[in-house]
Design a protein around this ligand. Structure first.
Ligand SMILES: Cc1ncc(COP(=O)(O)O)c(C=O)c1O
Length: 461
């Protein structure tokens, strides 16, 4: 950060990219805030180091990060997405087997498809009451390596979107006996470092590599993320992956914000930690007092309001209409990501009043609507392998039941596939899909899915 400020203060002349030349190519249409920030949007000049070959200020920033997380660490400028791709590429080779949590983010599934890996799916536990998918148990991990031996890595998501965390210590201990590296998509867990937390980041609990979206829970710019890794990760494969998958023009704004996020976390005193956690708890208690049913996972910064029997999708629209934007809404719940700072009592009272008002006019869920379900499968399963030349046919939804899907369909958010390419299309999956389409839920899918058609493979006998 200081180096960027010094560079700007010197009023240097830019005959290099980016094309705004330190903010000198501009006009009156640009908002003032953009004008102010442009000079800091620099490029890899000799004194500003190189992300892909760090030896100067970037290396110093990454080392400071590694000290904080007791690991080796690298900044990422393309989100946890690129971190997930790189962890997998560093540990599993084309055609090799990898164990993966079924409710993983689409970045994991995309990486598996493009890297040509063979995934063994681990079904997460379902939470009693809310029915939400949580984390993978040690029992399921043990079953997976017994039923499908030979996997080269195991990838978990912890914390989940809803703040649930796996027993990483037990799972990593078990995997160490088999020398299988544990990779953790911790996109939502960059803040979980304090030694007194009952559930800390997986990097302190025995994981081999952990990816965190600093931009999700810390004060970093969008896309700012980082990866921490231990000695058993092949560093040259990891670096090769990172420099292949990431841009060759990393944003200095993002990188400076990553260094700031690290410093923010590092400078928190025990008292700050305590104030943050107690204020989050106070918010949750105040919501409960106002009559809301709240699910809290292991991560105190996630607050899920269980809205059943009222409609969470409509609740979120009411909230938005009064200026409150939340992270995610589904039929029977809404998810709030709480700011990682002390929440003031007046704020809490103000917010709870607004949220209560917004909830008052939310209708009940239609009787025939499905509550956010999770596809029921065996605890451990595998996907059909779909090759480039696999024969595919497009069918109306109802005719596709019992066939193998040749495409992936993802409700967004949370970005966890509902149907995975290579999975069998079930009655339940089609019923829920039809309902989401009629409710206008945001789906990442091919256009024909919106007219209730899906590509499936033609089984050859
Ligand atoms: C669990 C999980 N992993 C990975 C990602 C991708 O993170 P990013 O947006 O930083 O690329 C997300 C984003 O929502 C996520 O929720």
């Amino acid at each position: 950060m200081e180096m960027l400020e010094q560079h700007v203060r010197e009023g240097r002349v830019s005959f290099h990219v980016p094309g705004h030349h330190n903010g000198t190519v501009t006009d009156d249409s640009l908002p003032t805030a953009f004008n102010k920030i442009m000079p800091y949007d620099l490029t890899e000049l000799a004194h500003l180091d190189d992300l892909h070959h760090a030896e100067g200020i970037i290396q110093q920033g990454e080392e400071a990060l590694g000290t904080l997380y007791q690991s080796k660490s690298k900044w990422l400028v393309n989100g946890s997405t690129v971190g997930n791709w790189s962890m997998l590429a560093a540990t599993v080779k084309r055609g090799e087997r990898v164990y993966v949590q079924r409710n993983s983010h689409k970045s994991v599934w995309n990486a598996i498809e493009w890297l040509g890996l063979e995934p063994i799916l681990l079904t997460p536990e379902l939470e009693r009451g809310s029915g939400l998918p949580t984390v993978v148990s040690l029992r399921t991990v043990e079953a997976a390596v017994t039923q499908y031996p030979g996997g080269k890595a195991l990838l978990l998501t912890s914390p989940t979107y809803y703040g649930d965390m796996a027993d990483v210590r037990a799972i990593s201990r078990f995997l160490q006996t088999l020398t299988i590296p544990l990779l953790v998509d911790e996109a939502h867990g960059a803040h979980l470092i304090h030694p007194n937390l009952p559930n800390r980041s997986a990097i302190f609990e025995g994981a081999s590599a952990v990816v965190q979206s600093a931009h999700k829970t810390l004060p970093a710019f969008t896309m700012g993320a980082w990866i921490h890794y231990k000695e058993d990760i092949n560093e040259s494969r990891l670096f090769h992956a990172l420099s292949s998958f990431q841009t060759s023009s990393p944003s200095y704004l993002i990188m400076a914000s990553l260094d700031h996020a690290r410093a923010y976390l590092e400078n928190l005193s025990d008292r700050d930690w305590s104030l943050i956690q107690t204020s989050h708890l106070a918010f949750i208690m105040e919501m409960r007092r106002a009559g809301f049913t709240i699910k809290v996972g292991d991560d105190f910064t996630k607050m899920t309001v269980l809205t059943y029997p009222k409609n969470g999708l409509i609740f979120s629209r009411h909230l938005s209409s009064i200026g409150i934007d939340i992270e995610l809404a589904a039929e029977d719940h809404v998810l709030f990501c709480l700011p990682f700072r002390e929440l003031k009592t007046q704020e809490i009272h103000h917010w709870v009043k607004l949220i209560k008002n917004a909830s008052q006019h939310v209708p009940f869920i239609d009787e025939d609507e499905t509550i956010y379900p999770f596809p029921m499968t065996e605890p451990v399963s595998r996907l059909h392998l779909i090759k480039e030349d696999t024969h595919v046919v497009r069918l109306p939804f109802d005719e596709a039941i019992g066939r193998v899907a040749a495409e992936t369909i993802i409700p967004y958010p949370p970005g966890i596939p509902w149907i995975l390419k290579g999975e069998t299309v079930t009655d339940e999956k089609i019923r829920v899909l039809k309902e989401w389409i009629s409710l206008g839920r945001n789906l990442q899918a091919n256009r024909h899915v919106m007219i209730k058609q899906i590509d499936v493979i033609v089984e050859e006998f």
